[in-house]
Design a protein around this ligand. Structure first.
Ligand code: NDP
Length: 295
């Protein structure tokens, strides 16, 4: 039996962070500018607080200034909008990130639309997504998780052009932009979602699979074409009595089975996860470079 190569997201992300650190110091020396990222967190969701903390730590590690606005759960939409407009006007802030999900009484669309597209480092503004979808147009930013998936393929030397790619999932933040990106890279792309009949018949044709569903072990060995490359975005807790926390994290893909049939695969954790944050740092750096016209 063959055994897939592991696409080591952790070490690739480290390499990217090192490149970003060097670029930031080059920019600081040349024009005295340090990139700034503002994060808006509303409410007390534990997972969101952890993500925000990790993003701030990552900023520090590469030399990006981070600013945080932490608002209470019962804040009004108006208050959030006020912070966004403050950060939009603040020249030391180059990127603005609104941690999702927002409390249910807020209109996510209205809030995301308020972020200046020049500072939309999450790439979720409809103008950026629209440009991503259009030929000959360039988005200012591409959403971090799908951008990280493509970066993993590039840095692992996977050819995308002319290949058949299948994306499982079609969310605004992962699946849909991942499919658009693969298409921009000249793959032939199919999208599998919750209403797809016989998904395995479609995935079995794929040279590249990006899975972003949120269901442990959904993609079995029999779903995979021999030699395919698998990017597993899913992060799913499953019970594990042997772990101190009582659970461990797995992807959407049955890893043991996939390893026997794929040519390369990302592990969970240690695959796409670290890349998402690295791409956020990269987007923050490019935001600062763009506004100061620093090449
Ligand atoms: P969503 O819940 O927003 O989207 C899930 C998608 O999967 C939907 O498009 C849904 O289809 C589809 N789906 C659900 N069930 C099935 C099924 N049985 N067969 C095929 N498709 C199905 O999730 P996200 O996109 O936000 O996240 C997906 C996963 O990626 C999660 O595990 C999340 O934790 C993880 N994630 C990881 C990140 C990282 O940095 N590594 C970052 C972001 C997310 P439909 O549209 O029809 O409902």
């Amino acid at each position: 039996a063959t055994s897939a190569t592991i696409i080591d997201g952790k070490s690739i992300a480290k390499q990217i962070r090192d490149e970003i650190t060097a670029e930031i110091s080059r920019m600081k020396d040349a024009i005295g500018v340090v990139p700034g990222l503002a994060v808006i967190l509303v409410g007390d969701r534990k997972d969101s607080a952890t993500y925000v903390r990790n993003k701030k730590k990552a900023c520090e590690s590469v030399g990006i200034n981070s600013y945080e606005a932490h608002l209470p759960e019962d804040s009004t939409e108006q208050e959030v909008l006020k912070y966004i407009s403050g950060f939009n006007d603040d020249p030391s802030v180059h990127g603005i990130l609104v941690q999702l999900p927002l409390p249910s009484h807020m209109n996510e669309q209205k809030i995301l639309n308020a972020v200046s597209i020049e500072k939309d480092v999450d790439g979720f503004h409809p103008l950026n997504i629209g440009r991503l979808a259009m030929r000959g147009r360039e988005p200012l930013f591409v959403p971090c998780t799908p951008k990280g998936c493509i970066e993993l393929l590039h840095r692992h030397g996977v050819q995308i052009e002319g290949k058949r790619a299948v994306v499982i999932g079609r969310s605004n933040i992962v699946g849909m932009p991942a499919a658009l990106l693969l298409q921009r890279e000249d793959a032939t792309v199919s999208i599998v979602h919750s209403r797809t009949k016989n998904p395995e018949e479609i995935t079995r044709q794929a040279d590249i699979i990006i899975s972003a569903v949120g269901m442990p072990n959904m993609v079995r060995g029999s779903w995979i074409k021999p030699g395919a490359v698998i990017i597993d975005v899913g992060i799913n807790p499953v019970e594990d009595a042997k772990s101190a926390r009582g659970y461990r994290l797995v992807g959407d893909v049955c890893y043991e089975e996939a390893c026997k049939i794929a040519s390369a695969i990302t592990p969970v954790p240690g695959g796409v996860g670290p890349m998402t944050i690295a791409m956020l740092l990269s987007n923050s750096l490019s935001a600062a470079k763009r506004v100061h016209n620093f090449k």
